[in-house]
Design a protein around this ligand. Structure first.
Ligand SMILES: [Zn+2]
Length: 148
């Protein structure tokens, strides 16, 4: 089992019975699956139970293209001893996916800088306590700070 760069594995999500179990189960196979309305196909938020578009409460998890752009980027300075293992402030990105979903994630590895709004990202996976969770990999570095 690999060790995550950011979080203690005690923070690994409990997959079984979790609302996001379909996400974790697909991620274990390297697939990004996200929820859509089962009636009209509107992309839903991860925890959304009722469709904004048609009011249906049927959720269909489907694979999506693991690509998007940075909608916003925040550098978090707060340390949580024993939980956050990174030594430096870490990025939290709001990624707008080509599927129409928005997903909050950090990066796959500790980045030397903060991505810029509009930067393209590929959604890959980090492993936390044996659970694969989405993480951003920058696809075209836009700043001199970004890793080669
Ligand atoms: Zn709908």
């Amino acid at each position: 089992m690999t060790t995550d760069w950011l979080l203690s594995e005690t923070l690994a999500p409990q997959v079984e019975g979790d609302l996001l179990a379909p996400l974790y189960e697909a991620a274990a196979h390297g697939v990004l699956a996200l929820p859509f309305c089962g009636e009209c196909g509107t992309p839903l938020d991860l925890d959304q139970q009722v469709c904004d578009g048609c009011g249906a409460d049927e959720i269909a998890w489907r694979p999506v293209e693991p690509a998007g752009t940075v909608h916003s980027a925040t550098r978090v300075h707060r340390r949580e001893p024993g939980l956050v293992v990174a030594e430096e402030p870490y990025p939290v990105l709001d990624v707008e996916l080509s599927s129409g979903h928005r997903l909050i994630m950090t990066t796959r590895t500790a980045p030397p800088g903060l991505p810029r709004i509009g930067d393209p990202v590929a959604v890959v996976f980090r492993e936390l306590g044996g659970v694969s969770i989405p993480a951003a990999a920058l696809t075209t570095p836009s700043t001199s700070e970004v890793t080669p």
